[in-house]
Design a protein around this ligand. Structure first.
Ligand SMILES: *Cc1c(COP(=O)(O)O)cnc(C)c1O
Length: 407
């Protein structure tokens, strides 16, 4: 592995990795569901609660000003992280799910009745259900794009999906089940050729690769803090100014208004128009720390480390009789989904758990994808910055034991 990558030093920053489960050292491989949090991020939460807690954008007092400055510094940090043009285009949400709901519900009001939104079969439920709710109200339907045998997006089917009713494209950057990295720049360019905007679900992308929303020319890009070493309860919606200005507010309340009267209300300027109520300013400040941590550690170095772990693990797993992998697209992210013979993924996951190994089992919030694959679910492991080659080997050895027990 890479000698310059200080895995021991890095692991010491994650106290949870030192704990045991059923008396065995924890091997945490459920990173696509949520990543663990380094001490510096936890410290920034504690620091805020013990030192700087006051409501933002409300008080004239010094503490409120400090809290506001921390939140707005975080907004600038996110802007730089994704290379947005302006902090006006960075909206804080509760997560990826809320970001997509915001766009579907607000942008959705601008889409013609009876129009079509192009998605893919590999979408997370978060990028399906909000559009269906909109569809119920406005007669908008989903056009899912198929995939090829290795779990790549079928680009021919994608190009064929457009018609004169198409009003939007909404797709994941990286599949949370298959690890497939979709060619989002090409996808966005194709959407624009047809004169429609594109939303990219980046929940599985931002902690594994550099994302530049201007280079991609994305209209909307959404992600969650808790999957990128940050706190829970915070997410980001990036939107191009031209859309955000046209879009009606998503929720009403404090923070998002200009003037309120019983005869009518005017709304605040961007980005506050979309941030009704008190935001999770503690979590937002901690996300700032998480982004610093991620970039100080190096996204490229982390991605290389994860890729090495995946290749090493796949090679070991291939020896297990009856193993089937789902998602083998070239250049895929470090997510491995598999089944062993006819064993139920839940049984495999339970036995691995007893050995201290945390993996995900089931449909991974992607039931239409499971349907397309003709299965009920998979066992999924996903690597993060702090996983080790020893953990990968322990996993492979444990799975061999489990497979033999169940056979
Ligand atoms: C996790 C995930 C989501 C949902 O994220 P939340 O943080 O639960 O809102 C959406 N899309 C993908 C691809 C995901 O992995």
């Amino acid at each position: 592995m890479n000698a310059a990558y200080d895995i021991d030093g890095l692991r010491r920053q994650f106290p949870i990795l030192g704990r045991t489960v059923y008396g065995r050292p924890l091997i945490y491989l459920d990173n696509a569901a949520t990543s663990q949090t380094p001490e510096c991020v936890v410290d920034s939460i504690v620091r805020m609660y013990t030192h700087t807690k006051a409501n933002v954008h409300r008080g004239v007092h010094g503490l409120s000003q400090e809290a506001t400055d921390l939140q707005e510094a975080a907004r600038e940090r996110v802007r730089a992280f994704i290379n947005a043009e302006s902090t006006d285009e960075v909206i804080f949400t509760r997560g990826t799910t809320e970001g997509i709901n915001l766009v579907a519900s607000s942008m959705g009001q601008l889409l013609p009745e009876g129009s079509e939104v192009i998605v893919s079969v590999m979408e997370h439920h978060a990028n399906i259900v909000p559009w269906q709710l909109l569809g119920k109200r406005r007669g908008i339907t989903l056009r899912p794009v198929a995939m090829t045998a290795d779990g790549s997006l079928d680009m021919d089917d994608f190009r064929a999906a457009f018609n004169d009713r198409t009003s939007m494209v909404a797709m994941c950057h990286v599949s949370n089940v298959l690890g497939t990295v979709n060619p989002v720049k090409e996808i966005i360019a194709e959407a624009h050729r047809h004169g429609v905007p594109a939303l990219i679900d980046g929940a599985q992308a931002v902690s594994h690769m550099h994302v530049d929303v201007r280079e991609l020319d994305a209209d909307f890009y959404v992600f969650s803090s808790h999957k990128m070493y940050g706190p829970t309860g915070v997410g980001v919606l990036y939107g191009k100014r031209k859309w955000l200005e046209m879009m009606p507010p998503y929720q009403g309340g404090g923070e998002m208004i200009g003037h309120v009267g019983f005869d009518g209300t005017t709304f605040a300027d961007l980005p506050f128009k979309f941030e009704a109520g008190t935001p999770d300013f503690v979590g937002i400040a901690a996300l700032h720390t998480a982004i610093n941590w991620l970039e100080d550690t190096g996204i490229g170095a982390i991605a290389q480390h994860e890729h090495n772990l995946m290749e090493h693990t796949m090679a070991g797993l291939e020896e297990i009789p009856g193993i089937r992998f789902f998602g083998t697209a070239p250049g895929k992210a470090a997510v491995i989904s598999f089944l062993v013979g006819n064993e139920h993924p839940y049984d495999v996951g339970m036995l691995l758990d007893k050995l201290g190994i945390a993996v995900r089992t089931g449909h991974h919030c992607a039931q239409p994808l499971m349907h397309a694959l003709g299965i009920e679910g998979t066992v999924r492991l996903a690597f993060a910055a702090y996983n080790t080659i020893e953990e990968a080997d322990s996993f492979t050895a444990a799975l061999k034991r489990v497979a033999a027990m169940l056979a």
